[in-house]
Design a protein around this ligand. Sequence first.
Ligand code: FAD
Ligand code: UDP
Length: 369
Amino acid sequence: MKYDYLIVGSGLFGSIFAYEMKKIGKNCLVIEKRDHIGGNIYTSKEENINVHKYGAHIFHTSDKEVWEYINQFTEFNNFINSPVAVYEDKMYNLPFNMNTFYQMWGTKTPTEALEKIEEQKAEANITEPKNLEEQAISLVGLDIYTKLIKGYTEKQWGKDCTELPAFIIKRLPVRLTFDNNYFNDRYQGIPLDGYTTVIEQMLDGTEVKLNTDFFKDRENWENIADKIVFTGMIDQFYDYKFGRLEYRGLRFETETLDVENYQGNAVINYTEREIPYTRIIEHKHFEASESPKTIVTKEYPAQWNPGDEAYYPVNNDKNNEIYAKYEELASQEEKVIFGGRLGTYKYYDMWKIIAEALNCVKKEKKLIE
Ligand code: FAD
Ligand code: UDP
């Protein structure tokens, strides 16, 4: 065999695996079907602004080991994500906190806000939330659910909130303090010079072939290395034998505008169902980049069709059951390791991908040392 490892996908998972294996003298080849490295965290510098090509990426974690690991490759700025939501003619702070409650109901104290939430929760008569709708109403009441969650979520996922799992809404904090930080994590920020430089350092010294799809020449790739690390779609790897997993697609519309400051914030969400995009990102505000121009991206959720980029796994019961069958097959593989968001069909943020990659490297080293 020509290589110790063939790594399919140059996203965060594949790149960490390559970096760690190179450190112990293993010979890796990375193949990547896109024309650049980095997967969905890829950024490119335009007009002196790092543009997040696949949507806003804010790094956050409470895991000290993960934080120290990623800090080997970059320093982070002190960006704190504080998105604002627009519904009809009003703007609301996110995540759901005392500012939001004041803007929605005029409540000024935590007791007043809690009373309002409890009153709306009682009216909806929910004891054990069974889906996203019930979970949301029991967390923040009917008004916030109706104006800030229902429309956004249904366009984001293309499904009714009653058909979606509750865990999706539990990603967002609910706070009885005036704190607009979107995350609860101890560490947060944006790499000082974009994410691509992080991946470049991880892959420095490793052979990478771009524009190379594993499935276009599968037999060759299966015979080029002792082991394969696969970070693409697990159902495609098994030729959809247990059925197709569902994914959610996205379309990004990016424009350079001849104004210095378009919206005054990095992320503004549009929560009405009728507006076809979910958010507008103004990239320069992630890093306070100096530029006379600005670059904005509208993010449109889209139905996913085979061949499209699979941005989000749709982790409802039906898909999780199908995935469990693929996972069972995967666990019996001696030569193939599945990793990353698509390889393990999990809605993982970057910190979790790093933790999983380091875990995978640890297990692999135990096997070979
Ligand atoms: P990917 O980045 O998907 O990398 C997989 C790579 O494999 C891709 O480059 C792909 O082209 C390649 N590949 C797939 N199939 C093949 C094949 N057959 N042959 C060759 N190559 C192949 N996380 C956060 O922590 N904070 C955020 O703010 C955040 N925002 C996000 C916003 C959006 C819109 C999205 C979609 C995700 C966001 N994430 C965020 C999650 C983050 O993008 C992921 O955690 C991370 O990128 C996953 O890394 P990965 O290596 O698993 O996958
Ligand atoms: N969400 C919402 N309204 C908002 C922002 C988020 O209802 O203004 C819900 C929506 O269901 C979304 C989930 O919260 O899918 C998680 O949001 P997050 O920002 O974590 O999503 P991501 O950045 O992964 O797309």
